[in-house]
Write a protein that binds this ligand. Structure first.
Ligand SMILES: Cc1cc2nc3c(=O)[nH]c(=O)nc-3n(C[C@H](O)[C@H](O)[C@H](O)COP(=O)(O)OP(=O)(O)OC[C@H]3O[C@@H](n4cnc5c(N)ncnc54)[C@H](O)[C@@H]3O)c2cc1C
Length: 360
């Protein structure tokens, strides 16, 4: 059986960048793209404006096609499948006498001297009507990526942890208002973050509240019925008392967009108070969902050490995992930055670490 030099698992910016470096080093990498989302998370977005080298921005799928073509140019072999497991077996040619065995969904098995795991993470979703439909058209999972698009528009953030508060505070730079919606009356976020949020005039905290649907301009979900001509929050029954608004009245901090929203983009959400059961509608141009991420690392089992949330642990600034010859890069490691450029940078480091391991 052929023993490859390196198998890269994942075809996002981290995986493709690793492939470009290893291909140029003459190591003929094999890249397992994943069956469902070749190209990774950016394939699901439209405009990417913060990847260096594209002054006018670039569409996410175009950026990923270009990365793939660059990896192909230097001799990467692609396999369009999912990996289901990795194991380390004796008898290999690596300096530590092991080979890494990668099993694919089809039960095919590949052996390699080194493996780079670059399988990314997925954003946890709300699972409400309209979320999929308006994803990339007002529904976003990344304030750094998309906040800029909602200048002077009302914005909603959903979540109660530090990330949700960080995103909400960051978004106050852009939005005419930011409403943070959380399903409980207390927050997981640190006290200092909550303090900062309360001190920010643009930010409204809406507790004990869940989002039950997202509506938009062209939606088939009855959006026009839900729209409130005066803007702000409309309660279908009773008054705002059941919803704890920081500003004391239901209209505080939330206004209609100055201009009519673009066709097909988010215009409002339905909300429900988890204590009183009251329902209402809140006009907004954007919904940032910040309820956590799940790294796609279950298939690695116990082969590499992970933290409690499943992120792969690496040795300091390197990409070395707890198992020699297995490296990890991108969003499956990085719970902080989660950007295409930071994932690509880590893919580069993984390639150089793997190269050093192979030539040891
Ligand atoms: C809607 C959206 C918009 C975004 N906009 C921006 C932006 O404007 N700018 C920016 O910098 N960042 C943006 N991001 C974040 C950026 O996309 C990620 O940080 C980046 O893609 C992470 O790269 P990665 O290579 O680590 O993983 P990913 O891009 O997540 O790629 C992971 C790859 O692993 C594969 N995979 C997973 N499991 C397996 C398996 N078992 N076997 C084989 N393959 C597997 C998947 O198919 C996928 O190809 C956005 C993200 C989203 C969701």
């Amino acid at each position: 059986m052929t023993v490859h030099n390196v198998i890269i698992i994942g075809s996002g910016p981290a995986g493709y960048t690793a492939a470009i470096y290893l291909g140029r080093a003459g190591l003929h990498p094999v890249l397992v793209t994943g069956a469902l989302a070749p190209g990774g998370q950016l394939v699901n977005t439209t405009e990417v404006e913060n990847f260096p080298g594209f002054p006018d921005g670039i569409l996410g799928p175009d950026l990923m096609d270009a990365m793939r073509a660059q990896a192909e140019r230097f001799g990467t072999e692609f396999i369009h499948e999912d990996v289901t497991s990795i194991e380390v077996v004796d008898g290999g040619v690596a300096s530590d006498g092991t080979i890494k065995r990668v099993t694919l969904e089809s039960d095919d098995v590949l052996d390699a001297r080194a493996v780079i795991v670059a399988t990314g993470s997925s954003y946890r979703k709300l699972g409400v009507p309209g979320e999929e439909e308006y994803s990339g058209r007002g529904v976003s999972y990344c304030a750094t990526c998309d906040g800029f698009f909602f200048k002077d528009k009302p914005i909603v953030v959903v979540g109660g942890g530090d990330s949700a508060f960080e995103e909400a505070l960051y978004l106050t730079r852009f939005g005419s208002s930011v409403t943070l919606i959380h399903r409980r009356d207390s927050f997981r976020a640190s006290a200092i973050m909550v303090e900062r949020a309360r001190a920010n005039d643009k930010l409204t905290l809406l507790t004990d509240t869940v989002v039950t649907a997202i509506h938009g301009g062209n939606a088939s979900t009855g959006a026009s019925d839900a729209l409130n001509p005066v803007g702000g929050i409309t309660l279908n029954a009773g008054n705002a008392a059941g919803i704890s608004l920081k500003l004391g009245n239901a209209l505080g901090g939330v206004t209609l967009p100055a201009a009519a929203p673009a066709a097909g983009s988010v215009t409002s959400i339905d909300i429900r108070n988890t204590v009183t059961g009251e329902t209402g509608t809140l006009d907004t141009a954007a919904v940032f969902v910040a309820i956590g991420h799940s790294p796609a690392t279950a298939f690695t089992g116990d082969v590499v050490r992970k933290d409690d949330d499943g992120y792969i642990l690496v040795d300091g600034a390197s990409t070395r995992t707890s198992t020699p010859g297995i490296f990890a890069a991108g969003d499956c490691v990085d719970r902080t930055y989660r950007q295409a450029i930071s994932a690509a940078g880590m893919g580069c480091r993984a390639a150089l670490d793997a190269q050093a391991y192979l030539t040891d």
